[in-house]
Design a protein around this ligand. Structure first.
Ligand code: PLP
Length: 395
C-alpha cells in the first residue's frame, strides 16, 4: 500500500491550478474593461458552448436552478399545470417546477442507470401535463428516444436537466441538444465547474431563445419596456470569462473521469466484489435479480458517452457500514440521494408516501458515490479501491 492517508471527494483547486495563468489573464481582462454584466464575455462563452454542444442558441444564466426556472417560464408553465420529473434526483429539478407554481409529478427510475423509467412517465401523463424533465443523472443521458416518443405523442415539450452531464452524449448527439430546451449548471462540483454559481439554457428554437434572454433580464426586450415579468437570471461576465478558459478542457475532464471510473470497475471486478449492471438489462425487471450478481453493483454506461459527474455504486445491505468505513479511512464519499422527492416535507401535500416509488427508495438505501474527479492520481484511485475491496472481503 502507498503512503496515502486520505482522498478527497472533490478538490477543484487541482483542475484550476492547471490553468491558473489563463484564469488570471481572463480575470485581469475583466478588471481592465470593467463591464461586469453580460456583454462580450458572456456572449463569447455562450457561442463557445453552443458550438461545443451542437445547438443554435446557448443563454448564460445565474445557476442551473435558474436555467430550469427560466425554461419553465419560457414555456408559460405555471399554476394548474403538471410537469413530470424523476423522484430520484437533486432537489432543484422538482423545486423549480414548484417555484413557477406548477405541480411536480414524480416518476420512478431504473435501478441500473439511475435514470427516469419511460414507462412510468407514460403512466403519469394527464391532460394537465405540460412538460417532462428527464435528468441525465450522474453524467449519463436518460433514455431520450423513448422519453421523446412518449412526450411527442402527448404533444408536450421535454426539458433536459443536463446539470450533471455537460459533454455526455447519446446516439451521437450531446446532452442538452436533444429536445426543446437543455439546462446546465456550472456549480463547482459539476463537470464544467465554475467559480461560484452559474448555468446555461440551450435550444435550437430562435423564438424561445429570445424569450429566455428577455426573461433573464426582467422580461424586458427593450430597456424599460416589459411585455412580461422575468427576473434577474444573468450570468456574470467574470464567471463567463473564467468558465471559457475551462471549457477548452471539458473533454479532458470527462476523459479523466471516464478513466478513473473504468479503473474502479476493473479493480472491483478483478477482486470479485463487484459486477457492472446495465447494457440491455437496463429495464425495470432487472431490479429483481441485480442484487445477486455480486456484493457491489457497479455503474455501467448504456446510453452513449457517460461523463461520470459521479461514480455511484450500490452496496445492498452494507452501504451505511461501507460509508462509515471510508470515512474512517479518510476517503471522501457521499450519498446521492438519501431521500427522494416524494418523501420531502415540502412536497407532503402532493401525497407521496413510502412504497410509492420502489426503485427510487431502494436506490436511496444502497447508493454511494466515491471520488472520481479527473485529477485524482492513480495511487489515489488504487487507495479508494483497495479500501473498499478490503471492507467488502471482511464484512
Ligand atoms: C446541480 C443540479 C441542479 C442545479 O444547479 P445549481 O447550479 O446548483 O442551481 C439541477 N439539477 C441537477 C440534476 C443538478 O445536479
Amino acid at each position: 500500500m502507498s503512503d496515502i492517508t486520505g482522498v478527497p471527494m472533490l478538490d477543484p483547486r487541482r483542475a484550476n491550478d492547471l490553468v491558473q495563468e489563463e484564469l488570471h489573464q481572463a480575470f485581469d481582462r475583466c478588471l481592465g474593461h470593467g463591464r461586469f454584466i453580460l456583454g462580450d464575455e458572456v456572449t463569447s462563452f455562450e457561442e463557445a458552448c453552443a458550438d461545443y454542444l451542437g445547438v443554435k442558441h446557448a443563454i448564460g444564466v445565474s445557476s442551473g436552478t435558474d436555467a430550469l426556472i427560466v425554461s419553465l417560464m419560457a414555456l408559460d408553465i405555471g399554476p394548474g399545470d403538471e410537469v413530470i420529473c424523476p423522484t430520484f434526483t437533486f432537489f432543484a429539478t422538482a423545486g423549480s417546477i414548484w417555484r413557477v407554481g406548477a405541480k411536480p409529478i414524480f416518476a420512478d427510475s431504473k435501478p441500473r442507470c439511475f435514470n427516469l423509467d419511460p414507462s412510468d412517465v407514460a403512466a403519469k401523463i394527464t391532460k394537465r401535463t405540460k412538460a417532462v424533465i428527464p435528468v441525465h443523472l450522474f453524467g449519463q443521458c436518460a433514455e431520450m428516444e423513448s422519453i421523446g416518443t412518449i412526450a411527442a405523442s402527448a404533444g408536450m415539450p421535454v426539458i433536459e436537466d443536463a446539470a450533471q452531464a455537460f459533454g455526455a452524449d447519446t446516439r451521437g448527439r450531446k446532452a442538452g441538444s436533444l429536445e426543446r430546451l437543455g439546462c446546465f449548471s456550472f456549480f463547482p462540483a459539476k463537470n464544467l465547474g465554475g467559480f461560484g454559481d452559474g448555468g446555461l439554457v440551450t435550444t435550437d428554437d430562435g423564438a424561445l431563445a429570445d424569450k429566455v434572454r428577455a426573461l433573464r433580464a426582467h422580461g424586458g426586450q427593450e430597456m424599460y419596456d416589459h411585455p412580461m415579468v422575468g427576473g434577474n437570471f444573468r450570468l456574470d461576465a467574470l464567471q463567463a470569462a473564467l468558465l471559457n478558459v475551462k471549457l477548452a478542457h471539458v473533454d479532458a475532464y470527462a476523459e479523466g473521469r471516464h478513466e478513473n471510473a473504468a479503473t474502479y470497475t476493473r479493480l472491483f471486478v478483478e477482486a470479485g466484489v463487484g459486477a457492472p449492471g446495465g447494457g440491455d438489462a437496463c429495464s425495470r425487471e432487472c431490479s429483481k435479480t441485480d442484487s445477486a450478481d455480486a456484493p457491489l453493483i457497479l455503474p455501467t454506461a448504456c446510453q452513449g458517452r457517460h461523463v461520470y459527474n459521479q461514480y455511484v455504486l450500490r452496496a445492498p445491505g452494507r452501504r451505511d457500514a461501507l460509508q462509515a468505513h471510508l470515512k474512517e479511512k479518510g476517503v471522501g464519499c457521499a450519498v446521492y440521494y438519501p431521500r427522494s422527492m416524494h418523501l420531502q416535507g415540502c412536497f407532503r401535500d402532493l401525497g407521496g408516501k413510502e412504497g410509492d416509488f420502489p426503485v427510487a427508495e431502494k436506490l436511496s438505501s444502497e447508493v454511494l458515490a466515491i471520488p472520481v474527479f479527473s485529477e485524482l492520481t492513480e495511487a489515489e484511485v488504487q487507495y479508494v479501491a483497495d479500501t473498499i475491496i478490503a471492507f467488502m472481503k471482511t464484512n
